[in-house]
Design a protein around this ligand. Structure first.
Ligand code: 2P0
Length: 325
């Protein structure tokens, strides 16, 4: 009744932004991501008959706050699925996702937790079912079940049974890289859950966002298939800007960007003008992720590090899906 799994985080090129069902975590739109080799979580789950409640240790420290509640709620869901409602677990998680890099560790965290828990319970489920379950821990985590380029299909069913990720192209299809630009400022942000809810409810731009997704997805999938970097980068950058535009029109309005966020965005656009093919994307926080091809790595890293306010630049290749240790 014990298993260990490893899951990598992912960066969305077409963003998940807005839920149609908050408790089942059903999105308004399909999204598409690249799983990243450099950032991952390993999690061991052991179900023990003598436990009277779940316990959760993150990087060797016992967790008792809302993070514990999210983990325990997810375990409740998966043990219910297994028909073992009274069996509690000890969970040990180690994050290899630098918090400062601004990646949601919830993606790799819930994917590793779901995979380890399912295996510890001897659930013989396929990756599609695992992704469907993982989604209910954290939406973006359902994409981390697979490696390489991954699409999360929003699904049509009210019970969420057809809302899960599907692999689009494996990590070895194309050596595309991502630089995480770490900013020195860590001002408080609007949590993504709250941010997307407010946007869905109040932003007049939100319906345009949803309407524009099918075309972005068709275009980017075509670009991935044909390894057309300019096409993939341009669509990812535009899709990111559209997502952030919805927040500016929310009530009350908000933005995840800082001065340095904008300085990095401008620097990437200037690098492009000077012949370096690079494109940015930004999640629900101030840090910027830059897409580029391997030949430009050294120049790009150096240029990004020179921007005032940039603390570090951490690069990653495409990564694999779930594995078991
Ligand atoms: C994404 N983000 O597609 C988008 C882009 C942030 C901006 O998925 O509420 O932590 O647990 O489903 O997955 C962050 O949201 O939210 C996110 P929940 P999650 O990567």
């Amino acid at each position: 009744m014990k298993a260990t799994a490893k899951a990598h985080t992912n960066i969305a090129l077409i963003k998940y932004w807005g839920k149609r069902d908050e408790s089942l975590i059903l999105p308004m739109n399909n999204s598409l991501s690249l799983t990243l080799d450099g950032f991952y979580t390993t999690t061991t789950v052991e179900f023990k008959p003598d436990l009277t409640d779940d316990c959760f240790y993150l990087d060797d420290e016992a967790v008792v706050d809302t993070q514990y509640d999210r983990v325990s709620n997810f375990l409740k869901l998966i043990r219910n699925y297994a028909g073992k409602d009274n069996l509690f677990a000890e969970v040990h998680s180690t994050n290899h996702v630098p918090t400062a890099a601004g990646f949601a560790s919830s993606a790799s965290g819930f994917a590793a937790l779901a995979a380890a828990a399912a295996r510890a319970l001897n659930l013989n489920i396929d990756d599609k079912t695992l992704s469907t379950l993982t989604r209910q821990g954290s939406g973006s985590a359902c994409r981390s079940i697979y490696g390489g380029f991954v699409e999360w299909e929003k699904g049509e069913q009210a019970d969420g049974s057809d809302s899960h990720a599907v692999p689009i192209a494996p990590a070895n299809h194309w050596d595309i890289r991502v630089a995480a630009v770490v900013l020195s400022s860590n001002a408080k942000k609007v949590l993504s859950r709250e941010g997307m809810k407010r946007t869905v409810e109040t932003s007049p731009f939100y319906s345009s966002w949803v309407d524009s997704i099918p075309n972005d997805l068709n275009q980017i999938k075509d670009g991935i298939k044909n390894k057309d970097f300019e096409k993939v980068g341009a669509i990812a950058e535009m899709n990111c800007l559209k997502m952030h535009a919805t927040t500016l029109a929310a009530n009350p309005p908000f933005s995840y960007w800082h001065d340095t966020t904008m300085a990095v965005m401008h620097a990437v656009q200037e690098l492009r003008e000077s012949g370096i093919s690079a494109y940015f994307t930004i999640d629900a926080g101030p840090n910027v992720k830059v897409l580029y091809l391997p030949g430009d790595e050294n120049t790009l890293k150096q240029s990004l590090r020179e921007i005032p306010g940039v603390h570090d630049v951490i690069v990653s290749k495409a990564g694999q899906g779930i594995s078991y240790l």
